[in-house]
Design a protein around this ligand. Structure first.
Ligand code: GLY
Length: 393
């Protein structure tokens, strides 16, 4: 049975690789390939209690427990696959792997609780209405809110490197506000919205440069509430544009506009999009190198996670701008999806440690997770496919 499904997927994969295929066919095939690949992944860890896939590096599977910031992405991917294929087997695994992340609702020592819970339990709640998921998300939102310091006006992202950073906030943190917005909407607690708007507004002022690119880390002085350092962590240099950071910003301000309808967030999202899509170092296939400014371009690693995130964000942003610009965003997202669905990026079933996509970069400066599969790339790719599919219907 497994062999038959692998054969079927290989055939679909060949169809998928056809550059002239219609986009809806490419998307349908991509979901089928993703389903087969992710079932293999789910089977692999099914009996390893508490383990979740992380990457596949140097020919070896790398897994994590729920503490790793990416723990929610594999369950989230299963939810997106279930949403699009209706597979009962995928649904069962989506529930099982979502449960593995539950204890993170008590996480108060970093900002990643939003990623962990909203991608897993958030999608699970959206698709099943399971009342028990509400409690997990609400407890998680309260945990995340403990990291907000009113005198600084931001959520503190990290607790490490205290010798250098008084109060570090990373651009990635903008992604985790969505959990707080959900909690505000469902439980009418305006405290959460005050945190979100304060964090989003201060980030707009201090994280972005005049050209609308962003710093990775801004550390704030806890007395004055103003930045005392602006640096990189995973980028090429303090003044460079780390690709995934630009993508987090674009995605973040796009959903902030969706949820809060504040024109300033739409303006910010448009400006970031403009920076990204017109960057001279953006490859024609739409998948950025790991940093827009590394002098090693073009002889360096791509980051498919940034490509997938940008695609997903542009599809959403296309709804909020004038039709001509919206068409341009969709055309770029289509290019990105076609690239990611091609054999260059999509793994053959059973290969690539059972991850869907190849060629992502986690921490290039530390030689960590360079040109590997990553759970969040698969997650945002599946989200982009879902969003594009809805556009085509
Ligand atoms: N949030 C960590 C990263 O993007 O690598």
């Amino acid at each position: 049975m497994k062999n038959l499904s692998l054969l079927l997927c290989s055939l679909l994969f060949v169809a998928c690789s056809n550059n002239t295929s219609k986009l809806d066919t490419i998307i349908d095939n991509a979901f089928r390939a993703a389903e087969a690949q992710s079932l293999l992944m789910a089977e692999k860890y099914a009996n390893q209690e508490g383990r979740l896939p992380r990457t596949y590096e140097n020919g070896k599977d790398v897994s994590s427990d729920s503490r790793w910031w990416c723990s929610g992405f594999f369950p989230g991917s299963l939810w997106y696959i279930y949403e699009n294929t209706g597979s009962p087997a995928v649904l069962q695994y989506a529930k099982q792997y979502t449960d593995r992340v539950e204890r993170e609702k008590f996480t108060t020592d970093n900002h990643d609780v939003g990623f962990m819970l909203y991608c897993s339990f958030g999608n699970g709640l959206r698709l099943t209405g399971n009342e028990q998921y509400n409690e997990v998300l609400l407890t998680g939102a309260h945990s995340l809110a403990t990291r907000y310091k009113p005198s600084v006006g931001l959520i503190r992202s990290w607790d490490h490197n205290k010798e250098n950073w008084q109060y570090p906030v990373i651009i990635d943190n903008i992604m985790n506000l969505e959990l707080l917005i959900w909690a505000a909407n469902h439980f009418g607690d305006s405290k959460f919205l005050d945190i979100v708007t304060s964090h989003a507004d201060k980030t707009m002022v201090h994280h972005f440069r005049p050209d609308n690119s962003s710093y990775h880390v801004v550390s704030y002085d806890t007395i004055t509430g103003l930045p005392h350092l602006k640096q990189t962590h995973q980028g090429y240099s303090d003044e460079s544009s780390w690709s995934r950071g630009q993508a987090w910003g674009l995605y973040g301000y796009t959903y902030l506009y969706r949820e809060l309808k504040e024109e300033r967030y739409l303006e910010q999202a448009r400006n970031i999009a403009n920076y990204i899509i017109n960057h001279p170092n953006m490859p024609k296939d739409g998948i950025p190198y790991w940093d827009f400014n590394t002098p090693e371009i073009p002889n360096t690693a791509r980051d498919a996670s940034a490509g997938a995130l940008i695609a997903s964000a542009l599809i959403e942003l296309s709804d909020y701008v004038e039709p001509q610009l919206g068409k341009q965003y969709l055309a770029i997202a289509e290019t990105q999806i076609r690239t990611l669905a091609s054999p260059e990026y999509t793994a053959q079933p059973g290969e690539n440690g059972c991850f869907i996509l190849k060629h992502s970069t986690g921490g290039y400066p530390f030689n960590s997770e360079v040109d590997v599969p990553l759970t969040y790339t698969d997650y945002y790719y599946l989200e982009a496919l879902t969003r594009m599919k809805k556009k085509l219907n």
